[in-house]
Design a protein around this ligand. Structure first.
Ligand code: TXA
Ligand code: MG
Length: 369
């Protein structure tokens, strides 16, 4: 299949994308979080094509994107008051809510669940495309299954060119990690996937919010207390959270100082320097993921052609780190890195979402100093 590639600041391109969606085709488009791969959410064959293009297991449900808040009532059996409050506070924006689905939402879109994930993105091109298409748009992240989510149109092209009808290029995305997912099917809302909208931001609107217990296990990993391996056998409520996502081809390990998990201490940088030197000696192409402040700690390796230092952003600038994270993991693959060490990023606001993604990418390999 020939994949159309168009900039989305061109109104003809948005119209073409909307036509393709209406006819059951697939369009990758920018959102404020990551690029999505869209198809008509009420057309089971469009959903089936999304799973096929991504190589995604079909029990992993899709998020339905809408362009008008009131459409939530068309898709959800009931919209509890706390859902209303979150919609008013955060839509359009990087928040996905889980509600009981109406029968019109096909099992092919929800992976057979009786609930549906709904989100109203704030990216103007996404909104305009959904509005013009006049259909609800099922869209997972537009990567091949197992690759990092795409944060630029060229990431999408790398993974899906030839497999889908069109890619709308809106430049690099603003946030860089996927939306926060909150389950509202029970009395106390529960975060199934952390993101830009933090637990504190949600609690400011609706009071108590819980974390899926499998996420708490991840948080503890960062504190340095390694989880009981049996905890990994627990099933997260968002089916997608149980797959080994975003894993680069090289072996990625996170190095952290349990005495000061929020800081990149000299003990951390010297441990990474030592481990990276050993890997280079063993002939490995080696990368270090670092913050701006600590990147000079690796100067002594800079001359080695097999060494790559990838700076994600400054310690207190989680936004920049989030924007660069997935691109950095793709770069590690492009450079054919065998071994990758990452500093452990600060877990303020966005930081817990960043560390959630990084720990998964590392397959839970955390080295404590
Ligand atoms: O920011 C985002 O949310 C991006 C953009 C494109 O909107 N989309 C995205 O979709 O990240 P995806 O498919 O990569 O991740 C969707 C996650 C998966 O972990 C899936 O298991 C979960 O949402 N999910 C979808 N429907 C669900 C449901 N009914 N119950 C629980 N989890 C659900
Ligand atoms: Mg995804």
């Amino acid at each position: 299949m020939n994949t159309l590639f168009e900039k989305c600041n061109n109104s003809d391109a948005i119209r073409t994308a909307a036509d393709i969606l209406r006819r059951g085709g697939l369009v990758a488009f920018p959102t404020e979080t990551v690029y999505g791969l869209g198809g008509d959410a009420l057309d089971p064959s469009a959903s089936a094509r999304i799973y096929a293009a991504k190589g995604r297991p079909s029990d992993n449900p899709l998020i339905v994107h809408i362009a008008d808040k009131k459409d939530v009532r068309e898709l959800a059996e009931e919209v509890p008051p706390k859902a209303e409050m979150l919609i008013e506070a955060f839509w359009p924006g990087p928040l996905t809510i889980i509600l009981k689905k109406k029968p019109l939402v096909p099992d092919a879109t929800t992976g057979g669940l009786d609930t549906v994930a709904i989100r109203m993105p704030s990216h103007p091109a996404a909104m305009e495309m959904i509005r013009q298409a006049g259909v609800y748009v099922a869209a997972p992240s537009a990567n091949r299954s197992g690759r990092p989510s795409p944060t630029t149109a060229s990431h999408v092209a790398e993974d899906l060119s030839g497999e889908i009808d069109m890619i709308l290029d809106g430049g690099p995305v603003g946030i860089g990690i996927e939306s926060t997912i909150v389950d509202l099917t029970e009395e106390i809302p529960m975060i199934l996937r952390p993101g830009f909208i933090t637990r504190a931001m949600l609690e400011a609107i609706v009071g108590e919010v819980r974390l899926d217990p499998t996420l708490i296990t991840l948080e503890e990993t960062v504190e340095g207390t390694l989880p009981d391996p049996s905890d990994r056998l627990q099933h997260p409520k968002a089916p997608g959270m149980r797959y080994t996502h975003y894993a680069p081809h090289g072996i990625l390990s996170i190095v952290t100082d349990p005495a000061q998990p929020q800081e990149i201490t000299p003990a951390v940088t010297s441990k990474i320097l030592e481990l990276a030197s050993e890997a280079l000696k063993a002939g490995h192409i080696t990368a270090v993921l670092t913050t701006g402040e600590s990147s000079s700690a690796y100067d002594s390796l800079a001359e080695d052609p097999h060494f790559h230092r990838i700076t994600l952003g400054d310690t207190d600038d989680g936004q920049t780190v989030a924007q660069h994270l997935y691109g950095a993991l793709r770069t590690c693959d492009d450079l054919k890195c065998d071994t990758i060490y990452s500093e452990s990023f600060r877990r303020d606001a966005l930081g817990s979402a960043i560390m959630n993604r990084l720990i998964k990418a590392a397959g839970h390999r955390v080295i404590t100093v």
